[in-house]
Design a protein around this ligand. Structure first.
Ligand SMILES: *[C@@H]1O[C@H](CO)[C@@H](O)[C@H](O)[C@H]1NC(C)=O
Ligand SMILES: *[C@@H]1O[C@H](CO)[C@@H](O)[C@H](O)[C@H]1NC(C)=O
Length: 500
């Protein structure tokens, strides 16, 4: 009700609609700026009260309060109109029955709407028809939505399960980490106690010896003091006979030289000699080495076997070096172009000419391979290969290879090797070789292989810095560790498996 009276107050007496850009005349009456400026072109007074108004409507300031109120009233009136039309089921704009359904805009429209600009080119259907079609569609979708909801519910369940599993797995791993550290701590505590006990025992031994000497010193001291007193008292006797008697009646027999011998020469201070030897200066290092013996699991103690004629394995099976060639290979025609290739398959004395090599597609695991020697020219590498006697079929394995200062080596598992060519490192997969940015020149390479995931990782084994990881998906297990070296003559720097 209030809104009605509002609208009346906010109506321009010229156009009889709610104010648009209202201005006030000096007499106090308000009009739309447009309306009053039209009036003022023909007459110079207020159309409501007739008061003189000789002015330009354009120069009048907008009445801001009225403007705001007018805008609110307009919005309200529009909304009321729309509601009234809606309740009556009529088009809010044309107050016609909504007999059509605009398929393009998905809304009900009246006949006038259909011909209007807003719906030009749109597709329409009678309301009943549109409803029937939509109903059919919705019924169909209702079923599929139900199915979808079930599927999504299953996803939610599965996700919940995975969350739960992650938490559970994290708990297990936390427990395992805790247990392993506890084992190490237990070892350290035990060794700490042992070393401390040993120290205590040495302390007691030492002090015991010192105590014995100390007692001997004390005895000597009291004997000497007694002797001195006796001598003093004997010397006081002036009468010769009793003087002699007094001296000889005591137990002090024997030569005077013996009785008065200096005792200090017979005695010696036992000096402190408490020491823990290397434990004193290198305790942590010694403990770390000792700990290596109890660590579980340890690095694999690989034994190597040679797959090439010119490579020899040391007697202990740990080291690999080239022996001087007894014969010269003729040409390089029989080599296979992949240096990361099937060395275990009996190919011997393989050579590789480096450079871009296009691999025949029939070559198992062959790959394009590019290399340059330090001088930047193409070089020929005569590769010697060896592999571990044992093979890895399941579980996780870690081994370390000492490459020392050797300037060409490849190691890892078949088809997946870390390569050093004297200049740079590269990860060689079956068909690709990825150059690696690795600043240091590691002396020892640690290789980690998870047989189930085929994840293969390389580390600088002195610092346990990660070098590279690959997914060795083309590896078939069981697989052996592989080492390829370049022929060298004479060969003074073997590649050696680290045994701890
Ligand atoms: C490597 O090349 C061979 C032969 O062209 C192909 O069969 C194989 O799928 C390739 N492997 C990868 C990892 O691209
Ligand atoms: C090894 O790989 C399997 C399979 O992906 C995985 O379940 C397991 O956790 C991995 N083991 C370790 C120690 O990373």
């Amino acid at each position: 009700m209030a809104s009605v009276s509002y609208s009346e107050e906010l109506t321009c007496s010229v156009c009889l609609t709610i104010f648009t850009d209202p201005v006030n005349l000096p007499c106090g009456h308000s009009f739309c700026r447009q309306c009053i400026s039209e009036v003022l072109t023909t007459q110079q007074h207020c159309p409501q009260c007739g008061a003189a108004a000789a002015l330009e409507a354009a120069s009048l300031p907008t009445s801001l309060v009225l403007k705001t109120l007018a805008e609110k009233a307009k919005a309200k009136t529009d909304e009321e109109k729309r509601l009234t039309a809606e309740v009556a089921g009529l088009c809010p704009e044309h107050e016609e029955k909504l007999k059509l359904f605009c398929i393009t805009d998905q809304q009900l429209v009246c006949i006038i709407c259909r011909d209007g600009e807003e719906h030009e080119g749109h597709q329409f259907k009678p309301v009943k028809e549109a409803a029937a079609t939509l109903r059919k569609q919705l019924e169909m979708f209702e079923q599929s939505t139900a199915d979808d909801i079930h599927a999504v519910e299953r996803l939610a369940e599965a996700q919940k399960d995975e969350m739960f599993k992650t938490r559970e797995r994290s708990q297990q791993l936390l427990a395992r980490v805790g247990k392993q550290f506890e084992e190490m701590r237990r070892f350290l505590r035990r060794r700490e106690n042992e070393i401390k006990s040993e120290l205590k025992r040495k302390e007691e031994d030492n002090v015991e010896k010192m105590r014995e000497t100390f007692q001997a010193v004390a005895v000597a001291l009291s004997e000497s003091r007694e002797l001195k007193e006796k001598v003093s008292s004997v010397l006081k006797i002036t009468e010769s006979e009793s003087f002699l008697k007094s001296w000889t009646e005591g137990k002090s027999k024997g030569a005077l030289e013996h009785v008065f011998r200096p005792r200090v020469n017979e005695l010696q201070v036992v000096e402190s000699s408490l020491s823990l030897g290397p434990y004193e200066s290198h305790l942590q290092f010694f403990m770390w080495k000792e700990m290596l013996q109890v660590v579980q699991p340890r690095a694999e103690l690989l034994t190597l076997k040679s797959n090439s004629e010119d490579v020899v394995v040391s007697d202990d099976g740990r080291s690999l070096f080239c022996k001087p060639k007894t014969h010269q290979a003729f040409g390089y025609s029989t080599y296979t172009p992949s240096i990361c290739l099937d060395s275990g398959l009996g190919r011997q004395n393989r050579h590789q000419k480096l450079g871009f090599v296009t691999v025949p597609s029939s070559t198992l695991g062959g790959r394009r391979y590019y290399n340059q020697n330090p001088s930047g020219t193409e070089a020929t590498v005569n590769l010697q290969t060896a592999s571990s006697v044992s093979e890895f079929g399941a579980g996780q394995h870690y081994w370390e290879i000492e490459v020392g200062s050797r300037n060409y080596w490849e190691l890892g598992v078949m088809h997946n090797l870390l390569k050093y060519d004297g200049v740079k490192y590269a990860a060689c997969g079956p068909n690709v070789s990825t150059e690696l940015e690795f600043g240091n020149r590691p002396r020892k390479i640690g290789v980690y292989f998870n047989c189930s995931s085929k994840e293969l990782s390389f580390y600088d084994a002195d610092t346990m810095t990660h070098i590279h990881s690959v997914s060795a998906v083309f590896v078939t297990t069981p697989v052996s560790a592989q080492i390829n070296i370049q022929h060298k003559e004479p060969d003074h720097s073997p590649v050696t498996v680290c045994w701890y």
